[in-house]
Design a protein. Sequence first.
Lengths: 317, 325
Amino acid sequence: MTTTTPNVADTDAPSTGTGAPGRVRRRLGGSAASIAALVIAMLWTVPTAGLFISSFRPAEQIRTTGWWTFFSAPEVTLANYQDVLFGSDEQLVSYFVNSLVITLPSTVFVLGVAALAAYALAWIDFRGRDWLFLGIFALQIVPLQMSLVPLLRFFSQGVSLGGVQVLPAWELTGAMAFTNVWVAHTVFGLPLGIFLLHNFVSQLPPSLFEAARVDGAGHGKIFTRIVLPLSAPALVSLGIFQFLWVWNDLLVALIFTGGDSATAPLTVRLAEMAGTRGEDWHRLTAGAFVSMIVPLAVFFLLQRYFVRGLLAGSVKG
Amino acid sequence: MEYSFLYELPKIVWMLIGIAAFLAVIGLMLVLMDTPRTRRDRWQALLFLAPALVLLLGGLVYPVVRTTVLSFHDGSGEVFVGLANYVWMFQRPEILLVLRNTLLWVLFAPALATAIGLLYAVLIDRSRFESVAKSLVFMPMAISFVGASIIWRFVFAYRPAGQQQYGLFNQIVVWLGGEPQLWLLNQPLNTFLLILVLIWVQAGFAMVVLSAAIKAIPSEMTEAARIDGAGAWQLFSRITLPSVWPTVLVVLITITVQTLKVFDIVRTMTAGNYGTSVIANEMYSQAFQQGQTGQGSALAVFLFVLVIPLVVVQIRRNRKAKELA
């Protein structure tokens, strides 16, 4: 689609012969545009680069000189990462594992539950289907703040109706305590997940379903043999988004995990470090990159799906 | 203490059990569904929808009702207090400051992020380095708000005058002959510095979506304008901007909703201290740190009310776009 032209960042790429005045004006506009684009690109990358460079500098140097002096006397060490990952103060490796243990199930659960629901809403006929879809759709507007207090009480106190305990509290301990945060993330990811997958699944050609039904396939078979394989691109897009939301989330984790190395993810620990050890930059710089490495890898490897998802409306409400 | 990976083992085992159990239940359900006895569409639809409905009713619908009810109760959730929590919200000076801050966020973050995103998208459109240039500005979208906040805290870091600065911002100030400052303590400037972080994250989103809209403008239109002698500015104001305007609105609204709910940035940058708190942060602090469930719930309800009109407009626009497409 995009044609490449030699003049960088020129908004009006010349195509036909233009007079000399036009060319001059365009060249001026072109270089101003290039400079403006360069300034924005710098502002958007230099802060990250500064943190990145610092994370490899010796702690003593981070404390006493700016990272821009690195280029005159480069000195590189992995000590900060060693310290922050395995040192007795932080042991971020535990939080890293927690982030993974929180994120992977929360992603799988949303994909599974949303795919089932999207299929039923798109291809099974039943009364009230449109209303149900509208209702789920409308849930996208609920800020998660509206649900935090009651959901936390549900986990910690169970459900009681008029003094009678209907459901007991979830007194999960140890590793099983992760279940709370899985459920919370799954709930919060579902409205948008169902909406996105429904958009995709409902566009599949009806002839496929008719043919399958004629061959005697039930809904279960149609779902596993036709819908899931054909929806792979949409599932990948949603999967990436859910993965990044959960990995990057702070609020849900603050409330539904214990806050210590037993269950809390990297974001919780880093926010806490920023508060209590705000000047320990050798730890904060390395810690920040430990938390960014996974989302950045996902982002650069799967950028195409990421962009496609964004354009399809994957912004969590 | 020497680190041992054995400590992590139970977590990973529990994760695998969780995923396996989930897949097993769903697989079993799908197999049983196709036995001839249960061929009624109504019941099958219910089975397909059951997990989603249970989660949504229990995790969103009921809590919304419950939070609304709680907002009319005191901190313990037992005593009905009428509108007291809402009166409190609009009378206490510290909460009014929170509301003012949220207003500042909404006024500046969406407009600036969208404007910068649009400008950048136009500038790099069809340039040789377009995809690299896009990745650079888009990259902050992938990292967490917590990570972004740490990046910017480092930029604003402060050392007393006379010492070597390691925060870029203060170093530039010193180079220009100024005094280094504790930027994040400086009210009300600090709120704007926090807003800057959100702009930094969201501009990439605006840029990607608007860039796609710019590419969708028919080339005949721009060609014709160019042949008529339109300059760069005219091309932008007469052709590009009107063509992408509906997308600009969508982006603005989307970022506004995000802005209203901003929490992580405030939490990580200042924890809401020094006059920088916003509604979402105050809600967390009231409900989960101070045990004021009623006041926290009232703040949540207020946030909900602010978001509703925006999302309704958004949905209307989406529908219209679908009908046109």
